[in-house]
Design a protein around this ligand. Structure first.
Ligand SMILES: Nc1ncnc2c1ncn2[C@@H]1O[C@H](COP(=O)(O)OP(=O)(O)OP(=O)(O)O)[C@@H](O)[C@H]1O
Ligand SMILES: [Mg+2]
Length: 253
C-alpha cells in the first residue's frame, strides 16, 4: 500500500483512513466560496508545521498580497512561512501578466486581442509546470497546491486539449514525487468529465437548509484506497477548516 500523506486537517484524515496516498494528484472541487483555497493552503500549512514537509502554493486567481491578508485571519503568516524556506507561494498569473504588461509598455503590442493571445500563449501548462518544478526543487517540497486549475482550463482551446493538459501535468507531478491538490471551480468549463484522470476527488459544497447555508465535504474517489463516502459537515473557524467525520449534513430537498 502507498504511503499516506496526512492533511493534518481535523476530521479529514479519518475520512481518508489516514491520509492521501503519496504521489497522487487530488482534485478539490467546489463552487465559489466553498473553502477550496483555505483547505488547500491548510494542507500545506499543516505539512510544514505538523509533518516538516515543505510545500509549493501556485496562486492563479489572486495576487499574493490579498491572499496573504485573507489567510492571516487564521494565524497563517505567509511571509514568515516563506522566510523559513518551507513554503514557496508563486503568484503565477501575476508574474505572467506582468511580463505581458511590460511588453505592452514597450509598444510591442497594439490591442486587447493581442493581450488576450499573449496571455493564452504564456499561461500554458508548460510554463506552469516549469514554475512548479523550479520551486519544488529549490525548497525540497513534498506537497504542491494549484489554486485553481480552472484558470488554465478556461484558456484551453478545446475539451480535448484540457484533458491532455491535465493528463500531462498529473504525470509530471508524479515524477516530481509530490502529493498535489488542484482546486477546481464547480460548474465552470467542462471539468467534471475530465476529473477521472485525477487520483482522487474531494467535493466541497454549500447547501441551503431552512434559510441557512451549511458547508459540507465528501470524498468522491481515492484510487487504491478505501474511504468514507458521507457528506460530512465542514466548518471554517479561527484555526481554519475542520470536518466532522461522524455527522452528516442535512439532505438536500
Ligand atoms: N476567518 C474566517 N472565519 C470564518 N470563515 C471564513 C473566514 N475567512 C473566510 N471565511 C469563509 O470562507 C469563504 C471563502 O473560502 P475560500 O476562499 O477558501 O473559498 P474558495 O472555494 O476558494 O472560493 P473561490 O472559488 O471564490 O476562490 C468565505 O466566503 C467565508 O465564508
Ligand atoms: Mg479560492
Amino acid at each position: 500500500m502507498a504511503d499516506l500523506v496526512g492533511t493534518g486537517i481535523e476530521g479529514l484524515d479519518e475520512l481518508l483512513n489516514g491520509g492521501l496516498p503519496a504521489g497522487g494528484t487530488y482534485a478539490l472541487v467546489g463552487a465559489s466560496g466553498t473553502g477550496k483555497s483555505i483547505l488547500s493552503f491548510q494542507y500545506l500549512f499543516n505539512g510544514i508545521t505538523k509533518f516538516d514537509e515543505a510545500g509549493v502554493y501556485i496562486l492563479l486567481e489572486e495576487d499574493k498580497e490579498p491572499f496573504a491578508r485573507n489567510i492571516s485571519g487564521f494565524g497563517w503568516d505567509l511571509s514568515a512561512l516563506e522566510a523559513s524556506g518551507k513554503l514557496a507561494c508563486i503568484p503565477f498569473t501575476k508574474s505572467i501578466v506582468g511580463d505581458i504588461e511590460a511588453t505592452f509598455e514597450k509598444g510591442a503590442l497594439s490591442g486587447d486581442t493581442d493581450r488576450a493571445n499573449q496571455l493564452r500563449q504564456y499561461l500554458t501548462i508548460d510554463s506552469l509546470y516549469e514554475h512548479i518544478r523550479e520551486s519544488v526543487e529549490r525548497i525540497g517540497a513534498r506537497r504542491v497546491v494549484i489554486d485553481s486549475m480552472t484558470v488554465i482550463t478556461l484558456l484551453s482551446s478545446s475539451q480535448l486539449v484540457a484533458r491532455m493538459q491535465l493528463l500531462w501535468l498529473i504525470q509530471r507531478l508524479r515524477r516530481l514525487n509530490v502529493t498535489s491538490i488542484i482546486t477546481i471551480e464547480e460548474g465552470i468549463g467542462y471539468w467534471r468529465d475530465t476529473l477521472f484522470l485525477c487520483d482522487g476527488i474531494i467535493g466541497v459544497m454549500l447547501r441551503e437548509r431552512a434559510g441557512i447555508f451549511e458547508r459540507g465535504l465528501v470524498i468522491e474517489k481515492i484510487r487504491g484506497a478505501g474511504h468514507d463516502t458521507g457528506v460530512r459537515p465542514l466548518k471554517i473557524g479561527q484555526q481554519g477548516i475542520r470536518v466532522y467525520p461522524h455527522e452528516v449534513i442535512s439532505p438536500q430537498r
